[in-house]
Design a protein around this ligand. Structure first.
Ligand code: ZN
Length: 295
């Protein structure tokens, strides 16, 4: 009975677009739209105008690009932290949305929101511990354990782990401005473009490009298996739309795990079930969870 549930708002705040929704939950969306991400003032003004058409929302959940402050006790909770994205460093997204709407606001990373949605409603529904990773413009991930988002200081930065360099990949410096050849610096969409001038989908599958990127992502999966013993690792994002890449990753992970783990790579590594709306679904869950936690 959706009408018995409070009216909620949801924002998936991405680097290229904001997806906005209003409804009683991810299963009862009343209206949904998307707008282009520009500077904060223009983007947030359009966001506020959308929600102004739906008065009476009890809470709005935001899953945002980062880095960001998700600790509700921190003075800069709800803010975007230092980002190369022009104008967005220090932007108080959560405060702006709360002031404009009058609703309470739940705030977390876009990948944590997506991870929560896949764990509760999607590919990792039976999992006790699950990881969601998006491989696209950047590489980011969220971890869910027993229904809760995992994080202490800050939030996981799975894209910035350093994989072992492949023997035939010694020359490329990597594009991460902080680390050079971390995973994001080696295997994100922009790293692929920097290496070969085009996306993986446009490169012939028999070229070493596919095997190299699959190898790095397989190593990430095995690192996550070693660290967290997850029941599920869900791989989303634009790079994962490359035909055949998912299968190559599973194959490479199985080939390099030494048969050591208690689970099979093919059982753990999964495709998202909710894409492309896992982030928005998760933002609804963030809002609903906040209301529930407060009774
Ligand atoms: Zn990095």
């Amino acid at each position: 009975m959706p009408a018995d549930r409070p009216l909620l708002g949801a924002i998936e705040a991405g680097g290229t677009k904001f997806v906005l929704g209003v409804g009683h939950g991810p299963d009862a969306i009343i209206e949904q739209t998307q707008i282009a991400t520009r500077d904060p003032a223009a983007t947030l003004a359009e966001t506020h105008a959308f929600f102004a058409q739906h008065p009476g929302m009890a809470a709005i959940g935001i899953g945002s690009f980062g880095p960001l402050e998700r600790d509700t006790n921190a003075p800069d909770w709800g803010h975007i932290l230092a980002t190369p994205k022009p104008g967005w460093s220090g932007c108080d997204i959560a405060g702006s949305v709360a002031r404009a709407s009058g609703a309470r606001v739940a705030f977390d990373t876009d990948v944590n929101a997506a991870a929560l949605a896949e764990a509760r409603l999607g590919a990792a529904r039976e999992a006790r511990v699950s990881v969601y990773v998006t491989i696209g413009t950047g590489i980011g991930g969220g971890v869910i354990a027993d229904g809760r988002i995992v994080g202490g200081i800050g939030h996981p930065e799975l894209g910035h782990m350093r994989p072992r360099r492949a023997a035939d990949d010694r020359d490329f410096e990597g594009i991460c401005p902080f680390h050079g050849d971390c995973l994001e610096g080696l295997a994100s969409g922009p790293a692929i473009k920097a290496r070969w001038g085009q996306s993986l989908s446009h490169l012939p599958a028999e070229r070493p490009a596919h095997a190299l990127i699959a190898g790095y992502l397989a190593e990430m999966c095995n690192t996550l298996r070693a660290a967290l013993a997850p029941d599920a690792i869900t791989l989303g994002g634009g790079v994962m739309d490359t035909p055949g890449l998912f299968e190559r990753i599973v194959e490479a992970a199985a080939a390099s795990d030494g048969g050591y783990f208690a689970s099979a790579a093919a059982q753990v590594i999964r495709r998202p079930a909710l894409a492309p709306v896992s982030g928005l679904a998760g933002a609804f869950l963030l809002a609903a969870d906040m209301l529930q936690a407060d009774g």
